[in-house]
Design a protein around this ligand. Structure first.
Ligand code: HAM
Length: 440
């Protein structure tokens, strides 16, 4: 017997098909977290006037090359690419959501609508990274973007929504960490890059080989390196904040003022640059206290030059995205439990005619908004009662041959054990009173 059990277990482990590395299945036990996060986000974002948009998983690879620059790790190393059979066109599994949203804005002429346009999305993204806890090749993002206006009040609002989202799903305000910086406009960035290269030039022997390459092709990325020795050198590097023109300085000051007026705490991180190349002015990241500091759970910023780089439309924009896996991992780390919807009624049936009546009764209950669990394939009362107990339901409805003959059903209170015989006709009204379900 025990031999048989072991063999069964091994055959499960050695199943021929396993999920590809870095991807994941979301199993039923996990799903309540996903639904909780999505429902909270949906209500919040729609309250603030955002509309949901979903774009295809595949986009033309060029969209990402043009939009993030060919030098970012994201497009150089991490994109999943495929060639279409008929035209040989190169498509990419979308590595992020901002560029597809920018494409939608341009393609469907959303610049003709009242501005700004507020859009949100929730779906899978793909990056060919080295998998580890918190870093996957397929991961979900929940993101929101505001396109068409450059007022600093929007930068504060985007951050405020991110903060409120984390509070809504259960984090305490003291646990939420926000890191903030400004990269300035293109002009500020050019001046800054000259200073940055000057700082790193004599230190090139001390940085990692990736950073030596970045120094040549994309020096800003050196500040994003997570290598221990590079992190030390980064500490003394000049900050983009010291190279802001007066417009960018004012913009950033106003973002901070608005955040102060909302009483949102933040840390200025003078060397925060983010992993994508399209950002201008405000950039920020979210994390949770004591969560892995190298893995932000969310981030975003302004990208005022991005639309111009992929179209003829020149509009300012900004946004942010949370990594859903990282948010859920942080929820679990904090042992934040999410409310579970427990079923209250279990329907037990004994015999063929009772199964028929059970099928009919389930439909009556469904139309009356009364949730009921059952296991119609089971024959034996004891088995069914065991399942009901395992589910922790408050009440059982029991249908046997005798009840069917008399047009009755047994209503059993599982806490007190008291049973009542009730007419099956109109049982839904009785249950509604018991469960206090509103008749809407
Ligand atoms: P990002 O920082 O690259 O920004 O990604 C946003 C979030 O997605 C990260 O903070 C992280 O939680 C999650 N994430 C990224 N890569 C992975 C991975 N390999 N495994 C698990 N989670 C991951 C963007 O993608 C921008 N489009 C955000 C934005 C929106 N900026 C403006 N608007």
């Amino acid at each position: 017997m025990s031999q048989k059990k072991t063999n069964q277990k091994t055959s499960l482990v050695k199943s021929r098909f396993q999920i590809p590395r870095g991807m994941k299945d979301i199993l039923p036990e996990e799903m309540p977290y996903w639904q909780w996060v999505f429902e909270k986000a949906k209500n919040l974002l729609e309250y603030y006037g955002f509309s949901r948009v979903e774009t295809p998983i595949l986009e033309k690879a060029d969209l990402f090359y043009k939009g993030t620059g060919k030098q970012s790790d994201l497009v150089k190393k991490e994109m999943y690419l495929l060639k279409t059979k008929e035209s040989g066109e190169i498509l990419a599994l979308r590595p992020e959501g901002t560029l597809p949203i920018a494409r939608v804005y341009c393609q469907y002429g959303l610049f003709n609508k009242p501005q700004p346009v507020k859009l949100y999305y929730f779906g899978p993204f793909f990056r060919h990274e080295k998998p580890q806890l918190g870093r996957y090749r397929e991961f979900y993002q929940l993101g929101w973007e505001i396109i068409g206006e450059n007022s600093p009040v929007l930068d504060a609002q985007i951050i405020n929504i991110g903060y409120n989202f984390l509070e809504e799903i259960g984090f305490k305000n003291k646990e939420i960490l926000i890191y903030l910086n400004s990269l300035g406009c293109e002009k500020c960035q050019n001046n800054y890059l000259t200073a940055l290269k000057k700082y790193y030039r004599p230190k090139l022997k001390k940085v990692c080989s990736n950073c030596r390459e970045r120094y040549q092709k994309n020096p800003l990325r050196m500040l994003d390196c997570k290598d221990e020795k590079c992190l030390k050198i980064k500490k003394e590097a000049p900050s983009p904040l010291d190279f802001l023109c007066s417009d960018c300085k004012n913009h950033f000051q106003m973002v901070l003022d608005y955040l102060d007026s909302l009483k949102i705490d933040y840390y200025l991180d003078k060397n925060l640059v983010r992993g994508l190349d399209y950002y201008t002015r405000t950039v920020f990241e979210f994390n949770i206290k004591n969560h892995d500091s190298k893995m932000a759970i969310g981030g975003g910023g302004r990208y005022d030059g991005l639309l111009k780089s992929i179209s003829r439309i020149d509009k300012p924009a900004l946004g942010m995205a949370f990594g859903v896996e990282r948010v859920i991992e942080a929820l679990k780390e904090r042992k934040i439990s999410i409310p579970k919807k427990e079923p209250e009624i279990f329907l037990i049936q004994i015999g063929q005619p009772a199964k028929k009546e059970a099928l009919r009764l389930i439909e009556v209950l469904r139309k009356n908004n009364i949730e009921v669990r059952e296991n119609l394939a089971k024959e034996n009362v004891k088995n069914q009662l065991e399942i009901a107990n395992r589910l922790g339901v408050k009440y059982c409805l029991i249908l046997g041959q005798e009840e069917i003959n008399e047009g009755m059903v047994i209503f059993k209170d599982m806490t007190s054990g008291i049973q009542e015989n009730l007419p099956i006709e109109g049982i839904e009204e009785f249950l509604k009173r018991r469960l206090k379900i509103n008749n809407q």
